[in-house]
Design a protein around this ligand. Structure first.
Ligand code: G4P
Length: 283
């Protein structure tokens, strides 16, 4: 299955980000801890080339703990300021303010020397669709969140969220990039729900995912499925359909409904905690 998805609103969003990037000190990039490489947008990396960068591994509650540690270490070694965040429960969110302040320490010091004191750090929040940006902002800003007025130079209607006296946030829409060079990247994004399901063949996607989970998380998948995992992936999806009561006309397994249930359970972390990518091995 070859996956590409780059609707027009994303082109507009990139333009908006390009217009506003000069106004911010730091880029806060949310990535999905289950696919720490595929959930990084190369266009954002280019856009943010000269900015201070904070990388938040969101949804770490759904990811494999050991692998998350390795990925965090990997990104730390690449010079990123990082934090593990579960935006849904709020776990780890409180540490983010400190991470931002540490990341911007030198900049704040430079400002101080030039007589600029108490100027809030301005941050742009970026990430792929569905990575959890809205949930994170709500959790991070909480009730203290107060929207500041429009500032000159910012796309009309864009609002700064005044987080506290130290930080102001600018939200951006979730974006992907025009072409996934590697089909696996597209698949990974589809598994976690960052690609519109309407353009996907969900049965095929579920079968691909079954293969991967059988390989990486054999025991957990067997436990979840409740039957032997021998056979082709589509045969397992058939068995799964029958088990979940997805029956079509003629008593045949309804694979399309089964695929929806399987993907939903996977995305909601009901199969097991997963990380689908490994840190690159050193050459
Ligand atoms: P976006 O703005 O980047 O598009 O993402 P959004 O905040 O809308 O979050 C997308 C989905 O991810 C939501 O689930 C949200 O609850 C969930 N989510 C966000 N952060 C985390 C996290 O750290 N851990 C977990 N487990 N889930 C997270 P949903 O099913 O679309 O909505 P809801 O039923 O949870 O409200």
């Amino acid at each position: 299955m070859n996956i590409q998805w780059y609707p027009g609103h994303m082109t507009k969003a990139v333009r908006m980000m390009q217009e506003n990037i000069k106004l911010v000190d730091v880029i806060i990039e949310l990535i999905d801890a289950r696919i720490p490489m595929s959930s990084r947008n190369p266009d954002i990396a280019k856009l943010a080339a000269n900015k201070i960068k904070v990388l938040l591994l969101n949804k770490y509650d759904l990811a494999d703990e050991g692998k998350t540690k390795e990925w965090r270490e990997y990104y730390k070694n690449q010079g990123y300021h990082t934090a593990l965040v579960n935006s849904k429960s709020g776990k780890g969110v409180r540490t983010v303010n400190e991470v931002i302040m540490t990341a911007c320490k030198e900049k704040i010091e430079r400002d101080r020397k030039r007589g600029i004191i108490n100027r809030p750090v301005r941050a742009m929040i970026v990430g792929i669709p569905n990575v959890g940006k809205s949930t994170f902002i709500n959790s991070f800003a909480g009730k203290a969140c107060a929207k500041t007025g429009d500032k000159p130079g910012i796309t009309k209607g864009k609002q700064w969220i005044k987080l506290n006296k130290n930080v102001e946030l600018l939200d951006t829409p979730g974006i992907l990039w025009p072409k996934f060079e590697d089909n696996e990247v597209g698949l990974n994004l589809a598994y976690i729900g960052s690609i519109n399901d309407e353009i996907l063949q969900l049965e095929e996607l579920a079968c691909e995912l079954i293969e991967i989970l059988r390989d990486r998380y054999t025991d957990k998948l067997a436990e979840y499925m409740g039957f032997d995992l021998a056979g082709k992936a589509f045969e397992l999806l058939e068995k799964y359909a029958l088990k979940r009561g997805c029956i079509a006309k003629g008593e045949l397994p309804d694979l399309s409904r089964a695929a929806i249930l399987f993907m939903d359970d996977f995305r909601g972390g009901k199969i097991c905690k997963v990380t689908l990518e490994d840190v690159p091995s050193e050459v």
